[in-house]
Design a protein around this ligand. Structure first.
Ligand SMILES: Nc1ncnc2c1ncn2[C@@H]1O[C@H](COP(=O)(O)OP(=O)(O)O)[C@@H](O)[C@H]1O
Ligand SMILES: [Mg+2]
Length: 377
């Protein structure tokens, strides 16, 4: 079985999730590159890509623009003529929210919402709002654009639950009893202070409390008032997003590292996704230290004494890291069974250009392997 090629074949949406800094953006771009070269036209929607990766994808500017990567560039990286087009975009959260309001808010509310100070800090202040807008964008791209494959990267801070709960949280925020209370005319007129309200420890209350002293209550009340006209739309699309994530043609790729301290986080992600009935293509374990090849040990033996000692010390250190990683990998395989594991080695250099993405894809697609002894199941 080759889990990643299988998933690319049967899916038209791939979502890369996992803890921060593990290689989600790298894996997302790799999947889209490979899909396109092999004949499935793709779009990778990246979130906060490293600058050099963005440059090599031709994404110099922010702003949700879908950019086609020229075929000769794909050909040079892959050593073959691409059979379909690859597109890439950088999701600009603020711009995506603005577009949503521009497209969906009633005409007389648009400017009021866009100009509201509470709204302007929404994307940073409202937990889950980045995850929400990423999925909203995914839905829009899926429905309105004809890409045979969309690969979605996820925000660096995303936790599995934030990601899956985002639509509900936004709905909760808009429809919460406490929030409704805020819409009472007296409050909307700014006559009552926030302190008079006993909002308890709800999500809404916590969110609102972040604004105390920064935003006036009046602004918040106005914001809620204007947004309430969009509630039905939010609810409808929350259902659509959920349906898209649960569709047979959507697969999740969980990206993680082999380090013991990240295992719990990865296993938690894995469990949460399965509990939510989402289809897991594979757990990609990135940056695995491969064991030192036997040839290097024999070379080292032939070196003059002083040098040999130093080289052997380095090789020992590498071997230590490799066996530590092998233990992490074995543990992950056990805890995530029967989801297959796919290993990518830690490369000497960052993965910032299309050639190194292509090289990475050889590991993802089962054409190259790390020697780490994976326990047989
Ligand atoms: N297997 C690897 N070997 C070496 N460097 C890697 C590898 N995978 C990713 N990187 C580098 O690590 C950094 C973080 O990767 P990135 O994909 O941006 O992670 P995330 O999106 O999960 O935050 C980037 O600079 C990337 O080039
Ligand atoms: Mg990233």
């Amino acid at each position: 079985m080759n889990p990643i090629p299988d998933a690319v074949h049967r899916s038209n949406v791939l979502v890369c999730v996992g803890p921060g800094g593990v290689g989600k953006t790298t894996v997302a771009a790799t999947l889209a590159l490979r899909a396109a070269v092999e004949g499935k036209g793709s779009l990778v929607c990246t979130i906060d890509p490293a600058k050099r990766l963005a440059n090599s994808l031709g994404l110099a500017e922010l702003g949700n623009a879908e950019t086609r990567i020229a075929d000769p560039i794909l050909a040079a990286a892959s050593g073959q003529q691409p059979r379909a087009a690859m597109h890439a975009m950088m999701l600009d959260m603020k711009r995506a929210w603005d577009e949503l309001i521009e497209q969906r808010a009633p005409a007389d509310k648009r400017e009021k919402i866009l100009g509201n100070r509470f709204y302007q800090s929404l994307s940073t202040a409202l937990a889950g709002s980045q995850e929400y807008i990423a999925m909203e964008k995914l839905c829009e791209l899926r429905m309105q654009r004809g890409y045979p494959m969309i690969v979605l990267d996820t925000p660096p801070t995303a936790h599995a639950l934030d990601f899956l709960d985002a639509p509900n949280r936004i709905l909760d925020f808009l429809d919460n009893d406490a929030a409704k209370w805020l819409l009472t005319p007296a409050l909307a007129a700014g006559k009552i202070g926030l302190k008079l309200f006993n909002l308890g420890s709800s999500y809404v209350a916590k969110t609102i409390s972040k604004f105390t002293g920064v935003e006036t209550l009046q602004e918040l009340a106005n914001f809620m008032l204007h947004m309430s006209s969009m509630y039905e739309g939010f609810r409808e699309r929350a259902h659509q997003t959920r349906a898209l994530l649960e569709a047979d043609t959507t697969s999740f790729v969980l990206v993680t590292g082999p380090m013991p301290e990240r295992l719990d986080e990865a296993v938690f992600f894995h469990t949460t996704l399965l509990q939510n009935h989402l289809s897991m293509a594979a757990v990609v374990v990135n940056r695995v230290h491969p064991p030192v090849p036997a040839a290097l040990w024999s070379h080292a033996k032939k070196l003059p004494d002083e040098l040999r000692k130093r080289v052997e010390a380095t090789l020992n250190e590498n071997d230590h890291l490799a066996s530590q990683d092998a233990r992490g990998v074995a543990r992950l395989a056990e805890l995530c069974a029967p989801t297959p594991l796919v290993l990518i080695p830690r490369f000497e250099l960052d993965v910032h250009d299309l050639t190194s993405l292509w090289n990475t894809s050889r590991f993802l697609f089962g054409e190259a392997h790390i020697e780490t002894a994976l326990p047989s199941r």
